[in-house]
Design a protein around this ligand. Structure first.
Ligand code: T46
Length: 136
């Protein structure tokens, strides 16, 4: 499995909807960092990297975002078009992220603090990590 799409618990009432999840309880890691990406032009691509050791849950509370994940052999596409969809991406997965609509917002809960050394931003380097069995 390259990534896992989950349905987040949602409380719906006449006064609106409330979607939630809890680290360790609803996903199998705790969250040390939250960040969000916005003001991204429609059609813009972001991401284009993998993480050596990081679990993340991505969700899109507004707009639509397409995430293409790749383990060096296969790729899979996920569309975050509803605030109740959560996409879990673990270590060793290359991700390309496309902002499909104007004013889309991407929120991420990450298992660790920001560390630039955890990023693999070059695809050839990513393939070398895969071939070395780094994530096996
Ligand atoms: C990911 C996707 C979904 C920080 O200083 N702290 C942070 O917590 C983050 C996430 C980023 N930064 C800095 C690093 C760069 O200088 O912000 C700049 C932009 O980051 P980046 O180009 O990595 O942004 P995206 O949107 O391509 O990727 C981000 C995350 O970095 C990444 O982990 O999986 O969102």
């Amino acid at each position: 499995m390259l990534a896992e799409l989950i349905e987040l618990k949602t409380n719906k009432s006449e006064s609106g909807s409330l979607t939630f999840f809890e680290g360790t309880r609803d996903i199998d890691f705790d969250i040390k960092r939250i960040y969000f990406t916005y003001d991204v032009p429609k059609g813009q691509k972001r991401g284009a990297h993998a993480h050596k050791n990081l679990s993340q849950i991505l969700f899109c509370p507004h707009g639509q975002i397409t995430v293409v994940v790749n383990d060096g052999f296969n790729s899979q596409t996920f569309v975050l078009d509803n605030p109740s969809k959560g996409l879990i991406i673990k270590s060793g997965i290359w991700r390309d992220i496309y902002f499909d609509k104007e004013n889309s917002v991407l929120c991420v809960g990450a298992s660790n603090y920001y560390d630039e050394d955890d990023y693999i931003r070059n695809y050839d380097e990513f393939i070398k990590y895969v071939e070395s069995g780094y994530w096996k």
